[in-house]
Design a protein around this ligand. Sequence first.
Ligand SMILES: NC(=O)c1ccc[n+]([C@@H]2O[C@H](COP(=O)([O-])OP(=O)(O)OC[C@H]3O[C@@H](n4cnc5c(N)ncnc54)[C@H](OP(=O)(O)O)[C@@H]3O)[C@@H](O)[C@H]2O)c1
Length: 303
Amino acid sequence: MMKRLLSGHLIPAVGIGTWRARNPKESVYTALAEAGYRHVDTAAEYGVQNENIKHLSVGVICLACIKETGDENRAIRNVLKCPNSQDFNLNVRQNPFVNICLHTLNRDGASRPPKSGDVLDFDMEGVWKEMEKLVKDKLVRDIGICDFTLKKLDKLLSFAEIIKPSVCQMEMHPGWRNDKILEACKKNGIHVTAYSPLGSQGNGRDLIHDPVVERVARKLNKSPGQVLVRWAIQRGTSTIPKSNNLDRIKENIHVFQWEIPEQDFQALCIIQDQKRVLDGEELFVNKTDGPFKSVADVWDHED
Ligand SMILES: NC(=O)c1ccc[n+]([C@@H]2O[C@H](COP(=O)([O-])OP(=O)(O)OC[C@H]3O[C@@H](n4cnc5c(N)ncnc54)[C@H](OP(=O)(O)O)[C@@H]3O)[C@@H](O)[C@H]2O)c1
């Protein structure tokens, strides 16, 4: 299943996530060659895209699969998040089918969490203009945004007149619906990709064992993972579940020949205790000496 972007291009509704993938090349190869995925989510900082990994990189695997299919409409969309235009250029040269997203929180050269003076004022307009050039020069298909707030979106839309973002990538799952940004994107015709659709990894939220998710899964004879992926798609987003397990990679894309009945879909939409899993506290908050002194600062006090 494909979702249509503002640019007119299509994005496959389910992609494979690669953050902290134990063996990203194996996961991506399985996803593309065996499970039918056509959308791979990477980021400069995941370290899976570049050829500085000595062996075959994920970007190269994507290219090889594109060559093999030979059909542009079935070609892989490799979504990549980069903190600066140098990274954009480096990465797009390796993969002309790439879509890129502007990540406002990952600032180049900053320590984690950043100290004051580490981070220059973010020149959103300047970076966006550079990204627009990549589209005009046909180096990338689409440009997008990631981890935005309503405040940042308004700012971007005030100058992104020539090319608006095609995609906005945000954390979204039944434990953090993130309705406000979803509505704002819909209003502006911006497609949303939901990341961490299963509640994320490690100390994430265990939605797989949430009683509502389990009940719906039992009723539909599907796995809880499939119910969560399907919920994201029924909400109108695309989504990028990650798994190290090859069977689960295959399972997570079998979500198209069935749907969650409206009543069950609504039950998943009212799960309590809404909160971000990836709130940025560890990576971006420096309580004494940073540009973000609290999680609320990171998200422009909108949560
Ligand atoms: N733009 C951003 O800032 C941003 C931030 C975070 C994530 N992302 C992207 O979104 C992707 C997905 O998010 P995520 O990695 O945070 O987590 P996620 O996809 O929500 O969840 C991954 C966890 O779910 C487990 N899992 C996967 N399929 C399952 C299934 N069918 N049944 C039971 N458990 C299952 C995985 O374990 P196993 O591996 O053992 O299966 C793993 O522990 C990332 O990999 C990354 O590409 C983007």
